[in-house]
Ligand binder design. Structure first.
Ligand code: SNW
Length: 291
């Protein structure tokens, strides 16, 4: 109903839209955000609404809950940031990771939200906001497999999700490892459980979740602090990116980021860099403890 009415709105001419809004003849209640972004200052596909490309199965970063609603740390933080820029209507769509950046680059989505590490290579096709999350890339093995360092990966079969930093890192640093590409982490973990691969390479918090679900362990943690996750937007959409940046800072300073981090990543080392200034204990950008 909501989406249908927005689609219909998009089809109307700007004049008709203005007339509708001015006369208040719209049967629904126009949200404040639609009013705030009436001039579409952020160049959104549907003015007043944000179309976000995400993933339905990258728990605890972004996933769909039992009601089919998107949630997770990245989703909830993005919703807070979006609300701060004046837009409460965020429509998430699940994609394979490898499809997200091309879809943002060619204008099918306003933003990509999926623990997407900022790298120079990715910046050739999309623009990123400031970073909002930095952590480890983690090799997951069956418990007791005896993998403790990178050299132990020689000669084994290692799963990665196609197009991730794990994929690129493995290609570059594990020349003697057979890399097996999966569309998502769940497929990779299933392959570990069935013995089809010896290990799977994922983000730290995803790996941590799997250790509580299956008989697997976090065998190797590789720092990825040089590629903190950011929100990906179309190149050239500077007004949107800059507004998001202001609100990312605001939502860190007011403690929202910290509260979401504790909610979604309980027990994980708390990095200092995204905390309110009053909570910071040092200027060191790395976490105070390692996992
Ligand atoms: O580079 C890390 C970052 O430091 C933080 O730990 C969050 O994850 C990362 O952004 C890496 N994420 C992968 C990537 O960007 C996989 C993302 C995914 O599976 N959704 O390729």
């Amino acid at each position: 109903m909501h989406i249908t009415s927005r689609t219909a709105w998009a089809a109307l001419s700007a004049t008709a839209l203005l007339a509708l809004t001015a006369c208040g003849t719209d049967s629904g209640t126009p949200s404040d955000s639609a009013a705030a972004d009436q001039n579409n200052e952020f160049n959104l596909i549907n003015p007043g609404s944000i179309r976000a490309a995400s993933m339905g199965d990258a728990r605890p970063y972004t996933f769909t809950d039992e009601n089919g609603e998107f949630t997770g740390f990245d989703v909830e933080f993005f919703k807070e940031v979006a609300s701060c820029v004046g837009i409460d209507d965020v429509v998430f769509t699940g994609q394979d990771f490898s499809a997200i950046l091309p879809a943002v680059a060619n204008g099918q989505f306003d933003v990509g939200v999926a623990a997407i590490g900022i790298t120079e290579e990715r910046e050739e096709t999309v623009a990123f906001t400031e970073g909002y999350l930095a952590g480890y890339l983690t090799v997951i093995t069956p418990t007791g497999a005896g993998v403790t360092e990178e050299s132990d990966l020689a000669g084994i079969r290692l799963g990665v999700v196609q197009g991730t930093l794990q994929d690129a890192y493995a290609v570059k640093n594990f020349p003697d490892t057979e890399i097996v590409r999966f569309p998502d982490n769940n497929a990779g973990i299933s392959a570990v459980n069935s013995g089809a691969v010896d290990a799977h390479f994922a983000d730290y918090e995803a790996a941590k979740q799997y250790t509580s679900q299956y008989d697997v362990e976090m065998a190797i943690n590789i720092p990825s602090f040089d590629a903190p996750a950011g929100f990906a937007v179309a190149p050239g959409n500077d007004a949107f990116r800059e507004a998001l940046n202001v609100c990312i800072k605001e939502k860190m300073e007011d403690g929202t980021w910290r509260d979401l981090y504790q909610q979604w990543f309980p027990g994980s080392p708390m990095p200092d860099q995204y905390l309110p200034s009053s909570d910071k204990t040092s200027d060191d950008p790395s976490p105070t403890t390692t996992p």
